[in-house]
Design a protein around this ligand. Structure first.
Ligand SMILES: *Cc1c(COP(=O)(O)O)cnc(C)c1O
Length: 427
């Protein structure tokens, strides 16, 4: 058995940890395999405990945009570690990171650091509710904003992969405050607003959806959301936990030139350490304690190691040509995959924005969750297994993004495309 050590570990883990994993999608349930336990990674290559090497397109689900164990990030973390790992007191690194985030992301005038994207989205919503004095929120079907109660309604990512419609443990009274409408459907948004006039605190959206697989906003979608929110005094929240520093240095809000009131960040800004951030207009952010009455806190918020890794990562991303390089790699992969699919007669639809891409096993254009769900999951499963056997580590779900990093060389991309050709020639 090639993955004997992973099998042993998974067996032990299942006795000790629910489902054997600390986040559901890692269990590989939707592809019907034992998950590889990872020992180490370097650049674009990830190694499992049985010493198999794979070209990695998961990238820790987004953070590893430089590739794994980038020497400058490792050095920054090592240096910070020697100076103490947590103080529960302010540090200069937090000021530096806040300044960098605010300089980069158009919608940020003030920002607060937290420890995860979940916390960022949860806190941004509390702030929007406290600021407006309203209770209801609008989100989109297949949008994932972490696992806070109000946001786990018609959510994407793992909950979609596992086929769970919502979650037990969330009281109906809370779920009832969340209105979920189809992505890219402005009429549905308008209707939701007019049926709840004066009651909507916030509209939260992934400006490029990443958690039902990649779905780009249709032209006009984001500007129109901006306008509707302005008309109805609704706080517009862009959840850029994936897209921030991924689709452009300025985030999706820069790429599409629409500025939200609040922005959630995470993933890349921690360089692979636990982090999140939320920020936005000064007038709104000033409502947070201790400058205002709305409460949010964290023992490890602004953790020195996470801040060091984040700063090192962002400084490398700030260099000229970085986002063009990511775009170019993405374009190569997209173009070639489409060509291979056409040659092999495999019906697929590829969505890509910059360095995030999803290969949907459907011939229908994917513009929302219903379209994504038209994908043939058996074909996806066969494809995933075939690619893994060829040494390519893809997200183990149809409804997730592949993440391309700066460490993916032309050779890595060529290897990946050769694997796809091979897999499709076998089916
Ligand atoms: C990953 C993700 C989150 C949650 O972040 P965690 O750090 O996993 O809590 C929130 N929103 C989006 C868009 C995400 O992709």
């Amino acid at each position: 058995m090639l993955n004997q050590r992973s099998q042993q570990l998974f067996h032990q883990a299942q006795q000790l940890i629910p489902g054997g994993v600390n986040s559901p999608v890692r269990a590989w349930q939707s592809v019907g395999l034992t998950p590889s336990f990872i020992a180490r990674a370097q650049g674009a290559t990830i190694y499992d405990v049985d010493d198999q090497a794979y070209v990695d397109f998961v990238g820790s689900w987004g953070p590893m945009i430089l590739g794994h164990a980038h020497p400058q990030v490792v050095a920054a973390v090592q240096q910070a570690t020697g100076q103490g790992t947590s103080f529960g007191a302010p540090t200069s690194g937090e000021v530096e990171l806040a300044r960098l985030l605010i300089e980069a992301v158009p919608g940020l005038e003030m920002v607060r650091l937290v420890s995860s994207g979940t916390e960022a989205a949860m806190s941004a919503l509390r702030l929007a509710r406290g600021y407006t004095g309203r209770a209801k929120i609008i989100k989109f079907d297949g949008g994932y904003h972490g696992h806070a109660d109000t946001l786990l309604v018609q959510a994407g990512s793992g909950i979609l992969t596992q086929g769970i419609p919502g979650s037990p443990g969330i009281p109906a009274a809370i779920a009832g405050l969340t209105i979920s409408v189809p992505y890219n459907d402005l009429d549905a948004v308008q209707q939701a607003i007019s049926q709840n006039l004066g009651e909507i605190a916030a509209l939260i959206v992934e400006p490029v959806a990443g958690n039902m697989g990649v779905v780009a906003p249709e032209p006009g979608f984001l500007p129109e959301l901006r306008q509707l929110c302005d008309e109805h005094d609704i706080v517009l929240i862009f959840d850029e936990v994936i897209t921030g520093f991924r689709v452009a240095w300025e985030g999706a809000q820069g790429r599409y030139r629409v500025t939200p009131d609040l922005t959630c960040l995470g993933k890349i800004i921690g360089g692979g350490l636990p982090v999140g951030a939320y920020g936005g207009r000064r007038e709104i952010m000033a409502q947070m304690a201790p400058s205002g009455p709305i409460y949010q806190a964290g023992t490890l918020s602004g953790n020195p190691l996470a801040v060091a890794a984040g700063l090192a990562t962002l400084k490398l991303l700030r260099q000229p040509g970085v986002y063009q390089a990511l775009e170019d790699k993405g374009r190569v992969l997209e173009t070639e995959i489409k060509q291979l699919a056409a040659q092999a007669g495999v019906p697929v639809w590829v969505n890509r924005v910059g360095s995030m891409l999803t290969l949907f096993f459907t011939s229908r254009p994917v513009k929302n969750l219903v379209d994504a769900q038209s994908s043939d999951l058996a074909s996806f499963q066969r494809f995933f297994r075939g690619m893994l056997a060829q040494g390519i580590y893809l997200p183990p779900s149809q409804f997730e993004a592949w993440f391309i990093s700066l460490a993916h060389s032309p050779e890595h991309l060529a290897t990946t495309l050769a694997a796809i050709r091979q897999v499709w020639s076998e089916t």
